[in-house]
Design a protein around this ligand. Structure first.
Ligand SMILES: *Cc1c(COP(=O)(O)O)cnc(C)c1O
Length: 399
């Protein structure tokens, strides 16, 4: 039965243990690595694992990770979830579970750098080919499909230039070609977009970002149909081993409790910072899906109920020098990588470096990236500080 309560309530209560007098309202993290069992109850091999088997060994499942998985599945409107030690552990497990030698992957040409490098460097060593395409253009996805394409992987909004993909359109193309669609929805969060309802087969999250929200725990998750998630647990956790530590699962559950109010404030602050940057004489362009200035704002309005707190801006020349100046002068905003935490983070990503080391696209695709990003983008994860303090900080540092 799908849980139809609103997201703010699900973020607090989905997957709660049965209420009994004397039981803790906030359960402690369960740190045990093994659980009492009986020889008749469980087979020793992962291949014998029943979906409803009791907890046995913490890499296979544990109660704290299970609570988190149930809450994430409810928030995404999915049947089941599997949690991982990081977002990359989630993506790599999904790719290795769904793809085999001879298979083909189509993925966003702009996506998390680690995913782009995994697709270019590791998958080909196992006989899996990958084609990066501009998934903002559904026709380009259609043109990239081959008879052996098994998976289409998109990131929307995409890190770092917040390019969007029309999930429903790309899901239809993937399915018509006999492939599945996975959507990295880390930046949108379940408060913004529910990819499964739009036709995706899998939703992937880096829980390290908005869902954990406090910048103190790495984690990842995949949400999808129960039968597929059972297979992913077997391959991704039991055999590849990237299980989420119970203490991190507990921290992420705690962060998740405030996801709805945090996302509302991230969005409100991003709206003010986008307007400030758009009017700043040193700024060439600023990208945030919630702004009518974003080239895909109409799609954002269709597909996102919350526009999240990540924006990207480029400046009129001298990005690297300005980055050094910001690293020295910012007092409230931290010059640091990552995104989606309570505190504001800002980091400069030079276009040449990203195209050479990570995306490795050429010709029209490289030109399209340059059109959005110029020489480089400042990725700005707008935090929960008072917006006026962020504007003042950025204003004094930009000069
Ligand atoms: C950070 C991030 C990842 C990787 O997650 P980790 O938890 O750092 O491994 C994947 N996708 C997106 C969009 C990200 O921002």
């Amino acid at each position: 039965m799908p849980d139809t309560r609103s997201p703010a309530t699900l973020a607090l209560h989905a997957g709660e243990a049965p209420r009994q007098a004397g039981a803790p309202v906030t359960p402690p993290p369960q740190l045990a690595t093994s659980f009492f069992t009986h020889p008749a109850a469980v087979g020793f091999s992962a291949n014998d694992l029943a979906a409803d088997a009791p907890h046995f060994y913490a890499r296979w499942s544990n109660p704290t990770a299970e609570s988190l998985e149930q809450r994430l599945a409810a928030l995404e409107g999915g049947e089941a979830a599997v949690s991982f030690a990081s977002g990359m552990a989630a993506v790599s497990a999904l790719f290795l579970d769904r793809l085999a030698a001879g298979d083909h992957l189509v993925l966003s040409d702009v996506c998390y750098a680690g995913v782009a490098e995994l697709a270019q460097d590791i998958l080909p060593r196992h006989g899996i080919t990958a084609t990066p395409v501009d998934t903002a253009d559904p026709a380009a996805v259609g043109a990239a499909m081959r008879p052996n394409t098994r998976l289409v992987h998109v990131e929307t909004p995409a890190n770092p230039i917040l390019k969007l993909t029309d999930i429903a359109a790309v899901a239809a193309i993937a399915h018509a070609g006999g492939a599945e669609l996975s959507v990295d929805s880390t930046i949108a969060t379940p408060l913004g977009t529910r990819p499964l309802a739009l036709g995706a087969d899998y939703v992937v999250h880096s829980l390290t970002k908005y869902i954990g929200g406090h910048g103190d725990a790495l984690g990842g998750a995949v949400i999808g149909r129960s039968e597929r998630m059972a297979g992913l647990r077997r391959q991704g956790l039991i055999h590849l081993g990237g299980a989420l530590a119970p203490f991190n699962a507990w921290l992420i559950l705690r962060g998740l409790e405030t996801l709805a109010p945090r996302m509302a404030l991230h969005e409100a602050n991003a709206r003010k910072l986008e307007a400030f940057l758009a009017g700043h004489p040193k700024v060439r362009s600023v990208l945030w899906p919630g702004s009518p200035r974003h080239p895909q704002h109409a799609l954002a309005q269709r597909q996102m109920r919350n526009f999240s707190g990540l924006l990207a801006f480029s400046v009129r020349g001298g990005g690297a020098a300005l980055a050094a100046r910001l690293a020295e002068r910012l007092q409230v905003i931290s010059y640091a990588v990552s995104l989606g935490k309570t505190k504001s983070l800002l980091f400069h990503i030079p276009t040449d470096d990203l195209l050479r080391a990570s995306f490795r696209v050429e010709g029209a695709q490289a030109a399209a990236y340059r059109d959005w990003a110029g020489e480089g983008v400042f990725r700005f994860s707008v935090g929960l500080e008072e917006a006026d303090d962020l504007i003042a900080d950025l204003g004094q540092a930009l000069g």
